[in-house]
Write a protein that binds this ligand. Structure first.
Ligand code: B1M
Length: 209
């Protein structure tokens, strides 16, 4: 059987077809689906995140790795019950109202998933009311908002205000090019992450606190 180390390397290299082949081979050989995920697929992405943060890998490469990992997970997921699927917590993710940028947000989503979180990606142009509905429906632990325009950043403040008004017990984090730690503090967010890998660290930190 192909080794977990070799599967992790295929994820790092973003070789989707090879990842699928290797995962299928492991399934056929009777490997535990959870080991395939944790020791192969996620182990690979755990190398990608820090490399990206350090500037040793770039956005297109990270996207290829994340896509390869997701293709592998899609093969093993049907073999597992919901209880077996690892989850560090549920995160509702979206780009705020009026904003159509989603490349960075999707990257954040992929790294969060590979970090073991269940991610509900609402998409773009998400109104505060839609975030609130999703928090209730999915019993989210964290709301993660992205904005790329100075004009739409205000949507983050509106969303946090509505969440507080509704009395929801959920952490709110923000990110995106025009957003800063100062802005996060100003609008009462629980955290700010400058990049996708930091968003994973931040979510882990918030949920372990
Ligand atoms: Co737009 N755009 N755009 N655009 N666009 C910017 C953002 C802009 C800086 C370009 C410029 O003028 N130099 C500018 C914003 C200026 C401002 O407000 N400060 C701008 C503008 C003005 C506009 C339009 C208004 C243009 C027009 O129509 N006149 C328009 C607005 C549409 C709208 O949203 N309503 C518009 C449209 C578009 C396209 C549709 C053409 C396209 C988006 C396609 C898509 O996303 N599917 C687009 C693009 C591609 C860009 C640039 C070129 C690239 C953005 C990107 O994807 N970067 C951008 C200029 C630039 O940044 N160089 C620009 C790569 C991505 C990986 O980085 O999204 O920053 P980023 O994500 C990072 C971090 O920010 C962080 O993690 C990621 C990396 O690890 N991060 C988070 C992001 N979200 C996070 C959430 C977190 C944590 C971290 O926690 C929740």
């Amino acid at each position: 059987m192909v080794s977990f180390e070799s599967l992790a390397q295929s994820v790092i290299a973003g070789r989707e077809a090879q990842v699928k082949e290797q995962v299928q081979e492991m399934i056929n050989a009777g490997a535990d689906p959870l080991d395939v995920i944790n020791q192969g697929l996620i182990a690979g992405m755990n190398i990608v995140g820090p490399r990206f943060k350090a500037g040793d890998m770039f956005v297109p490469e990270v996207l290829m790795s994340a896509k390869a990992m997701s293709a592998g997970i899609a093969l093993v997921k049907p073999l597992m019950t919901d209880k077996e699927l690892p989850s560090m917590g549920t995160i509702v993710l979206g780009t705020v109202k009026g904003d159509l940028h989603d490349i960075g947000k999707n990257l954040v989503g992929m790294l969060l998933e590979s970090g073991g979180f269940r991610v509900v990606n609402l998409g773009i142009d998400i109104a505060p009311e839609a975030f609130v509905l999703a928090v209730k429906e999915y019993k989210a632990d964290i709301v993660a908002m992205s904005a790329l325009l100075t004009t739409t950043m205000l949507g983050m403040k509106d969303t946090i205000e509505l969440i507080k008004e509704e009395g929801l017990n959920v952490k709110c984090i923000i990110g995106g090019a025009p957003v800063s730690k100062d802005y996060a503090d100003k609008i009462g967010a629980d955290g700010f992450a400058p990049d996708a890998a930091s968003a994973v660290d931040l979510c882990k930190q918030l949920l372990s606190a």
